[in-house]
Design a protein around this ligand. Structure first.
Ligand SMILES: [Cu+2]
Length: 158
């Protein structure tokens, strides 16, 4: 019987969505408290040569909140790119030179020193560079990623 099947299907969908909601709540209630010494830095050659990443919260490829830090060596260049999610950058130390646009034009970049925040909408074209070692924190809601305007700009990983 068709109606019965639709009802069963709706019940299944309802239970499935309840599971997702309780999973999401459980996710929210978990607490994370870290000091700089607790951060676990890993090499991040896909970000830039010599870059390091410390994931504080979340799984970057998943549709969930994430918080991470990037340690960028002096002289790092992040060629023009976009992200599939809102980018929220907080500069923790050093200075991030950030520019808007699809061309890498250092003169169009502004220095964001420690304590600065920048929030860029989905798909905004931007580039960045450092002059000294700089730590930035990114947070937002994934899935997170990066697309280079010129695919040839993607850092080579071996
Ligand atoms: Cu970016």
């Amino acid at each position: 019987m068709k109606i019965k099947r639709v009802e069963t299907w709706l019940t299944v969908m309802f239970v499935v969505s309840l599971c997702f909601i309780s999973f999401a709540l459980a996710e929210e209630q978990k607490h994370i408290m870290v000091t700089p010494a607790d951060l676990k830095w890993a090499d991040a050659p896909t970000v830039a040569p010599g870059a390091k990443i410390a994931i504080i919260e979340g799984v970057l490829k998943e549709p969930m909140p994430f918080t991470l830090r990037l340690k960028l060596p002096a002289g790092t260049k992040l060629p023009p790119h976009t992200h599939p999610a809102v980018e929220r950058v907080t500069v923790i130390s050093g200075a991030l030179y950030l520019g808007i646009g699809e061309k890498f034009e250092p003169k169009n970049a502004k220095a964001f020193n420690a304590g600065s925040v920048a929030i860029m909408p989905v798909g905004m074209k931007m580039f960045a560079f450092t002059k000294k070692e700089t730590i930035i924190q990114l947070h937002g809601t994934g899935p997170w990623g990066i697309s280079y305007i010129d695919p040839a700009d993607a850092p080579k990983t071996k």
